[in-house]
Write a protein that binds this ligand. Structure first.
Ligand code: GDP
Ligand code: MG
Length: 416
């Protein structure tokens, strides 16, 4: 993993510089305004420092890596399997107050993330230097495999395991993280270093947020799929408002959700408040006609009906509309999932929709759950980018572009 800092007048300027040097795959780890220093600091303009990381090729291949089950037997749950309700961490800290104290230690550290990352970069550089010197002194000596894990590392792993389990991260993914901590573990490794490393790994695994892309080549279709009641229509209204009111784009709302009269009415209501056109579509021919009628628009936002996973007819119906749209214009599909849905169901839903189309993810109802582990679980399971999260019923305010740093801080036990 490469970690570097860039400074610019704005966050964008600093990240553009990083992209020029490290390429498009960088992930932003931290953004902070720099402290002005010196006598003339009053006259200096504010600078922004951005810490970015780049996953190297070998690490990217670790995405499909399954951990070696023999490595941390003392941390395995008594019952094998990934079902949340059967999972119990075996080696819990003895007293709950102990966990609380250690938990608030993480909280404090995460609060001061910039210095945590700074220490990590310095520690990394020092360790690299040490290894180089050792290699020069004893060039042919093969390193013995690591067998002992220091006590500090072990207690960090325990704390990490318990915090992530508490936040409902699947233990398969927790074990991947703890295995990686073990790999880098060295006697005397500071707590800060281990924590910053896990933070970086998790932010990298979440990847870049991928919100709606600008329409550079004519109109684009934004298609929202997902189960009934997750918030598709509400999310469309929020995003349509952002595109139309804030970005001054020409937006039209289409719905193929003709199964419930109320569903089409709900979209019409939002369209009339925003004063954008809205049309209910009953057939693929009507869809093609709408595309023709709105060809000078920027965004065609398409609402769909949720369906039971086993309703093949409705599934192929939606697929037919999507293929017809793909023939006419650039399309982006968004699978809308509620953060309150059970993990097992989320897996089933995301698998079912994967068979239909490639999609980006939107997680709704973040305000209704404290545990955010399913975002990590589903990201890891599907490999799809996350676009937005929504956190309330208010249109248009309760939506935000997905922020991996914030979610990872929460998952690691930081304050939200
Ligand atoms: N608490 C909460 N409720 C939401 C959120 N997004 C949507 N809802 C509510 O969820 C319900 C279903 O939303 P709707 O957009 O009709 O879902 P659809 O069937 O997927 O189109 C409505 O009562 C919405 O107000 C959210 O982020 N948080
Ligand atoms: Mg709806």
């Amino acid at each position: 993993m490469i970690i570097k800092k860039y400074v610019g007048k704005t966050e964008n300027e600093a990240t553009d510089e990083a992209r020029k040097e490290l390429g498009q795959n960088i992930v932003v780890m931290n953004v902070r305004p720099m402290k002005k220093t010196g006598f003339f600091s009053f006259f200096q303009s504010q600078k922004i420092e951005v810490t970015v990381a780049l996953e190297e090729e070998s690490e990217r291949q670790m995405k499909n890596y399954t951990p070696d089950k023999s490595v941390v037997p003392q941390l395995r749950p008594l019952v094998e399997g990934s079902q949340k309700d059967t999972v119990k961490p075996v080696s819990k800290p003895s007293k709950s107050s102990e966990l609380k104290d250690e938990g608030s230690a993480i909280e404090e550290k995460l609060d001061n993330l910039s210095s945590l990352l700074e220490k990590n970069i310095k520690y990394n550089a020092k360790e690299d230097e040490k290894e180089e010197q050792q290699a020069e002194a004893e060039p042919v000596k093969v390193k013995p495999p690591k067998t002992n894990i220091s006590e500090e590392t072990m207690s960090f792993i325990k704390l990490l395991y318990n915090t992530l389990i508490e936040n409902e991260v699947d233990e398969i993914y927790i074990n991947q993280l703890t295995d990686e901590v073990e790999k880098i573990s060295k006697p005397g490794m500071p707590f800060d270093f281990a924590l910053a490393n896990v933070y970086q790994k998790m932010v990298l695994k979440f990847g870049k947020a991928e919100p709606i892309e600008p329409n550079e080549h004519g109109p684009k279709a934004e298609i929202f799929i997902g189960p009934t009641g997750v918030g598709k229509t509400t999310t469309i209204a929020k995003l349509a408002s952002e595109l139309f009111v804030t970005k001054k784009k020409k937006v039209v709302l289409l719905t193929i959700d003709t199964y419930r009269i109320a569903a089409a009415e709900q979209l019409r209501t939002y369209a009339s408040i925003l004063e954008v056109p809205c049309r209910v579509i009953y057939s693929v021919e009507e869809m093609k006609q709408a595309v023709e009628d709105f060809k000078d628009y920027d965004y065609v936002m398409v609402d769909t009906a949720g369906h039971s996973l086993h309703n093949e007819e409705l599934k192929s119906d939606i697929e037919g509309y999507i293929r017809a749209l793909e023939d006419c214009m650039e399309c982006e599909n968004f699978l809308v999932l509620s953060a309150t849905t059970k993990y097992r169901d989320l897996i089933e839903i995301s698998d079912a929709y994967s068979q239909l189309v490639a999609y980006k993810l939107i997680f709704t109802k973040m305000d209704e759950t404290g545990a955010q582990g399913n975002l990590y679980n589903i990201k890891m399971h599907t490999g799809s980018p996350i676009a937005y999260i929504t956190n309330g019923q208010n249109v248009p305010d309760d939506i935000a572009v997905f922020d991996a740093q914030k979610i990872v801080k929460n998952l690691l036990g930081g304050k939200s």
